[in-house]
Each structure stands twice: as C-alpha cells, then as structure tokens.
Design a binder for this molecule. Structure first.
Ligand SMILES: C[S@@+](CC[C@H](N)C(=O)[O-])C[C@H]1O[C@@H](n2cnc3c(N)ncnc32)[C@H](O)[C@@H]1O
Length: 227
C-alpha cells in the first residue's frame, strides 16, 4: 500500500480537517469533533506539556494535534511525508508550530535538535514490518532529550482485531483488501512484540490500555517509551 499517496489523496478528498486524517468520513462531524477532544485531553494529560517545551509531532498529518500542543505553549515541530496534508498544517499554524516534510524512516540529517516529548499518534499501523518499527523507535530515541518521554498512541491491538472488524461486511472488506495485498488499516501490533523491540534497543517501555472513554479504546492501546 502506498500510504503517502493514500494520505495526500485524503487531503484533497475531504474539506474537514478531522476527516483528512482519518477521523470519520466527514459525516457526523460534530460528534467526531467531540470524540477528538477526548483524545486531545488524553494526549495532554499523558505528555504533561509545559510552556516552551520542545515537542516533536511525528506523522503529524494536517497538524491538528501539533496546533493544539502549540496552543498549550509547546514549541512544536511537525513532520510528515504527505506534502498535501503539511500544506494544510502550515496554514493558520500558531507561531510556535513549525512543519517540515520528511519520512519518519529516514530522519537522519532532517532534524538536528532534541525534544523533551515525542508523539507518534494514530500512525504506528503504517509501519508494518518489525524492521521499520526498530528504525522508527531508534530514531525517536535518538531525538529524545535525556529524561524525556515518547508517546506512541492509538496503536491497533492484534489481540482486538475482532473489535474493529465487527460485521460480516467488515470482515469481507478485510479479506478483500488482504487478498489484493492492500491492507485498508495497516498493521495490528502485539503489545509484547513492541515492548520486546524496545527492550532490545535498550529502551524502557510500557504498553497501556487507554481510558474507556476514548473513541478507539476498544481496539487500540498506547506505548510509553523512556529512553
Ligand atoms: C492517521 S494520520 C494521523 C495524523 C496525526 N498524527 C493525527 O493523529 O491527526 C497518519 C499520518 O501518518 C503519516 N505517515 C505515515 N507513514 C509515514 C512515514 N513513513 N513518514 C512520515 N509520515 C508518515 C501520513 O502521511 C498521515 O499524515
């Protein structure tokens, strides 16, 4: 699956910023906005962002979360490989939010500074091979300041696939996409596997359930990494 093309295409397909980054399909928009607010509050309370704190929002999409973090006072750098989403992120961005185009799997020379907090939200499923996750976690750890925190959140849980594909129609859709070799969702990860990758990289990591009030808590989890 060409995820870069997929996300650039969504930037053009939907006028609503929430839908551009995969939250709903543009219908039920007010409800979707309310659900997103809960997600944002969860990110804020986990990251405990302070005024002036350098924060990296990796795979930032159209900057929905980057803008919100900047409005909390953080100095935000957003990185994404989909230039059409980035163009939207740059529009009306708070002064303390910058954006650059880059592939999360090839960040060498792209970013030189260090960050107290690094966020990768709603995006780990697009890194479908263990080798890619290793590269990704390693570069995030290199970019994290000593004593900092990496939050990889909203990870689809392989133990809860059935809670996502619930109806026979959903299951058929999944089978069809798999048959065509184009997963519609990306990868559902095993908690243990991610924690093991971290431990092999010398990083301490904890996989956590999300609060039940979050919109995708029934099939997603968070991972906190402390380099
Ligand atoms: C579901 S969107 C989430 C965007 C944002 N994190 C949010 O939660 O609103 C997934 C994003 O991951 C980005 N992405 C996927 N693979 C990437 C890669 N290898 N490097 C940079 N960005 C990537 C896509 O372009 C897309 O913007």
């Amino acid at each position: 699956m060409d995820w870069k093309a997929f996300w650039n295409n969504r930037a053009e397909m939907f006028p609503e910023r929430l839908a551009q980054v995969g939250r709903g399909d543009g219908s039920g928009y007010a409800e979707e906005a309310e659900r997103f607010e809960k997600t944002l509050n969860h990110i804020f309370s986990t990251l405990k962002v302070e005024e002036g704190m350098p924060v990296l929002d990796l795979c930032c999409g159209n900057g929905l979360i980057s803008h919100a973090l900047a409005e909390k006072g953080a100095e935000v750098l957003g990185i994404d490989f989909a230039e059409k989403l980035l163009k939207i992120a740059k529009k009306k961005a708070p002064k303390n939010a910058r954006f650059i185009q880059g592939d999360a799997l090839d960040l060498e020379g792209v970013v030189e500074e260090k960050f107290d907090r690094i966020l990768l939200h709603f995006s780990l499923q697009y890194f479908t091979k263990e080798k890619e996750v290793r590269t990704l976690f390693k570069s995030m750890a290199n970019l994290c300041s000593p004593g900092g925190m990496i939050l990889v959140s909203d990870i689809p849980d392989s133990a809860k696939v059935g809670a996502y594909y619930t109806t026979p129609k959903d299951k058929l859709r999944r089978m069809w996409h798999k048959f065509k070799g184009q997963d519609d969702m990306g990868k559902f990860w095993k908690r243990k596997q991610l924690v093991k990758i971290c431990s092999e990289l010398g990083l301490s990591a904890e996989a956590l359930d999300q609060p039940e009030t979050l919109p995708y808590a029934h099939y997603r989890f968070d991972l906190i990494i402390r380099p």
